[in-house]
Design a protein around this ligand. Structure first.
Ligand SMILES: C[S@@+](CC[C@H](N)C(=O)[O-])C[C@H]1O[C@@H](n2cnc3c(N)ncnc32)[C@H](O)[C@@H]1O
Length: 322
């Protein structure tokens, strides 16, 4: 029953995230009537959402009947380091939710249920819906935020003067890397619509002088580099497309540092196992085992030289041009 009713939690958190409830409680606890007025909701429905969220440790109703933040609810604030507000909102968005109603279609055909419902891929959809694309971008940054420092710490990047972060999103990983290696220069390679938000991140971190932003398509060409860092991009694609992308990187002639969640053997729980289902249902991609990743980079002309474990979710595979 716990697994079956797990679906109740994300929409409640998504609604509270969208209403901005956690930000309203940042200063002090608040009566639900005041809170409802401030966030534009009805008191009774808001109370019911908060009571449910509090039952799983997100928000707390105190002895005065006022609601307050818990450590977990803090993460739903917009302006805290590691904020998960956008991630909570993303998981409540229809395009990330409705495909699961058609998951059997994916099981029967292998086609992402997303494509069946929307008649296009998630990538095309996000290009046509900038508002949702913005939430998706911010969600990826927040959702992976806690992994960035461990990724940078797990590998010696000192031999590279210039690193291109391919599909680097809003630049969080590059910021962490450039802060750890003060001599290094970085290039953020992304779709043009993503670059303005990344620019703001580099400026906010005082790194604009050490970073170049380059717009482009990673299926066409990437700029020259001492190393290509590519995180959470290749898993969006099936093997054929993934090899195509890796071959574009291979033409650059530099090592590739591929950061992905890698599926461990055995029955133990691991983030990658359900992330893989998400990829299958929504994106048409897949997560892979270490052995599968090694075979994939080899098929694109690299020698997989080693894998380091970064944290409980991510590993880094170093691939040298063969
Ligand atoms: C799942 S996100 C990963 C972002 C970031 N690397 C991270 O780990 O948070 C995939 C990224 O690939 C970018 N992307 C998608 N298609 C691309 C293309 N054809 N060329 C360059 N970047 C692309 C997207 O804009 C998005 O930021």
């Amino acid at each position: 029953m716990e697994y079956l009713t797990a679906k109740w939690v994300p929409p409640v958190l998504a609604a509270l995230a969208e209403l901005g409830v956690a930000d309203e409680l940042a200063e002090k606890p608040c009566a639900v009537e005041d809170l409802a007025e401030r966030v534009g909701a009805q008191p009774r429905p808001l109370y019911r959402l908060l009571r449910a969220a509090a039952s799983v440790g997100v928000f707390r109703e105190n002895a005065d009947g006022h609601f307050e933040l818990t450590e977990t609810a803090e993460l739903l604030r917009a302006d805290v380091p590691g904020s998960l507000r956008s991630a909570a909102m993303m998981f409540g968005l229809e395009p990330f939710w409705s495909p699961y109603a058609q998951i059997v279609h994916t099981a029967r055909t292998g086609e992402p249920a997303f494509d069946r419902i929307y008649g296009k891929s998630i990538y095309q959809y996000l290009q046509e819906n900038p508002g949702e694309a913005q939430i998706f971008g911010a969600a990826a940054a927040g959702f992976h935020g806690q992994a960035l420092a461990p990724i940078v710490a797990s590998y010696d990047f000192s031999k590279y003067g210039e690193v291109v972060d391919v599909g680097g999103g809003s630049g969080g990983l590059l910021v962490e890397l450039l802060k750890a290696y003060p001599e290094m220069r970085g290039v953020l390679f992304e779709l043009p619509e993503v670059l303005p938000a990344a620019d703001e991140v580099f400026i906010a971190n005082g790194l604009q002088g050490r970073v170049e932003l380059v717009a482009g398509d990673f299926f066409a060409e990437v700029p020259p580099a001492d190393a290509y860092l590519i995180k959470s991009c290749v898993h969006n694609f099936d093997d054929e497309r993934a090899i195509e992308l890796l071959r574009v990187l291979r033409r650059g002639g530099a090592p590739v540092l591929l950061v992905e969640t890698m599926i461990p053997a055995g029955n133990e729980p691991h983030y990658s196992k359900f992330d893989d289902v998400e990829m299958m249902v929504i994106a048409g991609g897949n997560d892979r085992t270490e052995v599968e990743w090694a075979a994939l980079v080899a098929a694109a002309g690299f020698r997989p030289s080693r894998v380091v474990r970064c944290d409980d979710r991510f590993s880094l595979l170093e691939a040298i041009p063969a």
